[in-house]
Write a protein that binds this ligand. Structure first.
Ligand SMILES: Nc1ncnc2c1ncn2[C@@H]1O[C@H](COP(=O)(O)OP(=O)(O)OP(=O)(O)O)[C@@H](O)[C@H]1O
Ligand SMILES: [Mg+2]
Length: 262
């Protein structure tokens, strides 16, 4: 396997996820990435696709996403109808990594379509063409879901979940997160360390009742603003505090907390 390191999207491994992904790919086992927003799931898939030298196709699923959207449809073109592959069919045919972001959001017929693809059959049934397509050697299905945010009302059935290997994503250890900030934004180590401390202070506050807390993404945004010259306190307020809450009192106390550290 060859790849050019300088072209890889930057991803700093936090555990053994690179090895797990590589083994899942080689063994043709689908992969589920689960964890809160902004913890590097999408970046990880982009990094791994580049590392394995494969093309990745991403579909952001929402409650209207149907099997037809993924598999394909007939289109009328002049006097004839032509078939147009959807992203799933394209990936199955050409051996790409298909990344279904927030898969639990999609309509139930998407889950049905996934089932025969994600067991030993590796087959996609295209009902509109009465055709079964066997997946290309290199086809891999990766899906993500965010257990916290969905609050249990859109869960994946065990018969779906158990077709996947699952990697949990979470907020990295402080040393690791600081390296992500410096590598990603070019900010100095001291500021990165302070941003991480700020993030962890807010993460440890249970009483303010945030729906989701500070992600690595928010800290990266703050670091970018600081790197491009905004004062630290302003950067953290706009990039970290305000995206988390609309409650003026909570915002004020989080801002005070951040200002203490910065
Ligand atoms: N391990 C990591 N290595 C490098 N960058 C990271 C890592 N974790 C998070 N990041 C940074 O955090 C940002 C957000 O990550 P990403 O978009 O992959 O999150 P996500 O888990 O896909 O979120 P969502 O669930 O909202 O889609 C990235 O743009 C990157 O800057
Ligand atoms: Mg994502």
């Amino acid at each position: 396997m060859t790849f050019e390191t300088e072209k890889l999207p930057f991803y700093l491994p936090v555990a053994k996820e690179v090895e797990v992904f590589t083994n899942a790919f080689e063994n043709k086992i689908p992969l589920l990435l689960k964890g809160p927003t902004g913890t590097g799931k999408t970046r990880f898939v982009e990094h791994m696709a580049a590392r394995l030298g494969k093309k990745s196709i991403t579909v952001s699923c929402h409650e209207e996403t149907s099997a037809t959207d993924l598999i394909g449809r007939f289109l009328i073109k002049g006097a004839e109808t032509v078939w147009l592959d959807g992203p799933m069919t394209m990936a199955v045919r050409n051996g790409c990594i298909l990344y279904l972001d927030e898969v639990a959001e999609a309509r139930p017929d998407v889950i049905v379509a996934i089932h025969s693809l994600t067991d030993f059959r590796r087959e996609l049934y295209i009902d509109k063409r009465s055709e079964s397509l066997t997946a290309h050697e290199d086809f891999m299905l990766v899906a993500s879901f965010n257990p916290g945010y969905q609050r249990g009302f859109k869960e994946l059935k065990p018969s779906t979940r158990q077709r996947f290997l699952a990697i949990p994503f979470n907020y990295p250890k402080p040393e690791t997160e600081a390296v992500i900030l410096t590598e990603e934004t070019g900010i100095d180590e001291e500021t990165a360390r302070k941003l991480v401390i700020t993030g962890n202070k807010i993460r440890n506050l249970q009483e303010v009742g945030l729906a989701e807390t500070v992600s690595t993404r928010l800290l990266v945004h703050a670091a970018m603003l600081i790197k491009s010259g905004l004062p630290k306190r302003l950067a953290v307020r706009m990039a970290v505090v305000e995206p988390l809450t609309d409650d003026p009192q909570v915002s004020e106390s989080l801002t005070d907390l951040c200002n203490l550290i910065l």
